[in-house]
Ligand binder design. Sequence first.
Ligand SMILES: [Fe+2]
Ligand SMILES: [Fe+2]
Length: 267
Amino acid sequence: MADFSFAGDTFDLDAPEDREILRFVLSQALFGEATGVYCGKSLYAARSLEAARFYLRQARQELNHLELFAEIFRTLDLQPVPAHWVIKLLSAHNNYYPLKVFMEHAVGEGMVLDIFRDVLMAALPDTDPRVEEIKKKLAVVCREEEEHIAWGEKETRRILTESPWLRHPFYGLLELQLALAPIVTRAFSGRTAQHRVLRHLPRFVTHVKERVWAQGQELGFVPRERPALPYRLFAMAWGVALFVRSQFARSTSTLEKTYLTELGFSP
Ligand SMILES: [Fe+2]
Ligand SMILES: [Fe+2]
């Protein structure tokens, strides 16, 4: 799918209204990166050496992203604000591995990348002398987020092959995530029509939905046609039930039981 276009419209980094919008967007990013660091918790539950390597690497990268966003705040002389409740909900750590890789890595970080790459990289003005350094930092973040999404997609595919029934709750949760995420944009309600960049927002929300929908079809749990309401409700109820149950899931370690085979020794 083609990248989103703001048709060359950019923020003015000296205009108070634009600075307020960027402060909001960057504050969500800063919070997301802070919670991203706690993917380190998944190291404890890693089921293979490959997963352990991934979470070790991701934790280091997310810690670096957190510091890069802090530097962007300092470069722009902005103060972060607390995160929106939807961001807090969507970025909460999940101990239940199938939901972690699907909701957080594949879909969640996928939407994060849409915002970093299609909004921040596109709508920051190259004419401002501060932007070159900021974009270099964002390029590092975007490249690494792509790795996290790829891991999420690979693991989601594997999990759906092992447990095909999960496609129902996954589909329901995707519907819910797509309904929840645009609530964040209500922070700009009333301003979208007149603002140079914000006027593209409704089109951007549609673009993200279509991309996530196509991603779900690719991963094999979103039907070609949007199903009728009864199935959607059934899938959403199942998704919510699984999510609630996941909140009580305990992190269990496996590597101390599997390390011999993982390392190629006979058990
Ligand atoms: Fe990150
Ligand atoms: Fe990430």
